[in-house]
Design a protein around this ligand. Sequence first.
Ligand SMILES: Cc1ncc(C[n+]2csc(CCOP(=O)(O)OP(=O)(O)O)c2C)c(N)n1
Ligand SMILES: [Mg+2]
Length: 551
Amino acid sequence: MDTQYTVGQYLTERLEQLGLKHLFSIAGDYTIEWINKHIEPSSIELVEEVNELNAGYATDGYARLNGIGAMCFTYSAGTLSAVNAVAASYAERVPVVVINGAPSIKKRLTAQQTGFIYHHMIDGETDLNIYKNITAAAVKLDAPELAPQLIDYALTQCISQKRPAYIELLEDMVQQPCSPPIGKLEPLKAIPSDEGLTQSIETIKQTLEKAERPIIWLGAEVDRMGLHEQANALIRKLNLPYVTELISKAVFSENDPLFAGVFDGQASSDVTQTLVKESDFILGLGVWLSDINTLGQSVDYDKTALIAWDTVKLGTYFVPQVPLGNFIDELTNQSITCAPPCAIPESTQAQPQSFSGNISYQGFYDFIQSKEYIGDNVLIGSDASLNFFGSLLLKVGTPRGFVAQPTYSSIGYIGPAATGMSLAKQDHQRVFIFTGDGGFQMTPQCLSTQTRFGLNPIIFVMDNGVYGVEQWLYDAEIFSSDQPFFDSCILHQWDYCKLADVFGCKGWQVNTYEELNEAILGALENAETPSLIQVKVPPKSIPDNAKWKKK
Ligand SMILES: Cc1ncc(C[n+]2csc(CCOP(=O)(O)OP(=O)(O)O)c2C)c(N)n1
Ligand SMILES: [Mg+2]
């Protein structure tokens, strides 16, 4: 065995090879050996986070842009605090690696045999058992000879399935010798069924050629599986208008003339709803269905082909073992005569608005759009809140320029995710995030990490004093009546902008459009720290595209 290599070094080098440049971490005595001996001297920058939940969300935001993210925590007391963030990455298919610094073999044996417990330990198996449920692979490194295989297995599953991997690194394994890495890790290739591919291509091709008003529905799997170029080639070849989902918003630049809006049921623009309703065939590429991605509408399965999760479905027609990438390539190679692209209906020209006085939820979004603050160098992040509605209709010119977690919808995600986004973005880009006040209350310490590392996201906290969308989901009637909010949806109000003083960044509280404009201009000039803009809006003011829900 080549004793030049150690388990700790092996893991570090594999992460570097996969393109990891930052590691989100909280110190712990079970992790410190690996961090000090292997991460500090490596090319990976350590991002000391404030708590494990924030670190987990930051890693997720980072991985969505960078292709891989990693976090390192101490056993149980630390790592179990990140469970919610990792579960979200699992649900939304984001490739993150959890490195759990764990007690040594000696401590485990002592605990098992004598009942003498070391700090953080329950029985030495808890974390692995829990993480098995929310990862593509969960391994425990307790034998150095096996460590290379186990690390390679876990990381390969992570980059193939685009889901979290869990690596439990026992403290006494870090400096144990092991064999060096061989070659590079590559995502596994799905094995297509040739027969299934040929047959499903023929079926979809015929349906497509017969359709008079076909459109494409572009889903999240295109982004997660890195199929951008291939999907783009197919769209150009078919020359059909396409809509996206909330979860795949801005997968391509929304300035594309074939882009016809984000389709999210009744929250979509009238133009998009009409196009989808009047289409006679929808080619869904990598669409992941969820209630938040199809608000208030059911999918018409008879006219919608869904190619995702390695299957092709159209009504009751079903073919397994057809990976999306193979399907897209094969369809692009076909000679197909589609109907000429149906015209994307013109949106009714928005009346030039004058913005004066107090801000409303809808007015806020109209204002930032009409002032063209969302330029083509902006990355948008939106938290599960009424902001999903507002940001859904913002025109995002940056390809892959929108980050949200609509399927899992854990509020408080986007603030810390912006830490990761800010570290993974390109230099010329700027991160704008939109969060509710309730969501922001969950993870406001993101401002600490962002200030410490000189990151400059602009964070809009929509201060309506309530869990608006929670009330809306259960009973939306109160927004158009005199009825009160549920007590459980009323927030303790904070002076959010003062947190800027606490954490050392910049903050504004704005009530009017004039103040909002001043604050945005100030935030754009502040390149050194995050900017927090507390936007006061009345509790019953909601975005226009949320008004269809009556009960
Ligand atoms: C972690 C978590 N806890 C609770 C919920 C339930 N929930 C869904 S939306 C929401 C309220 C969001 O309110 P806020 O962030 O203030 O945004 P608003 O809708 O008022 O704009 C809550 C509590 C959740 N989704 N995630
Ligand atoms: Mg709120």
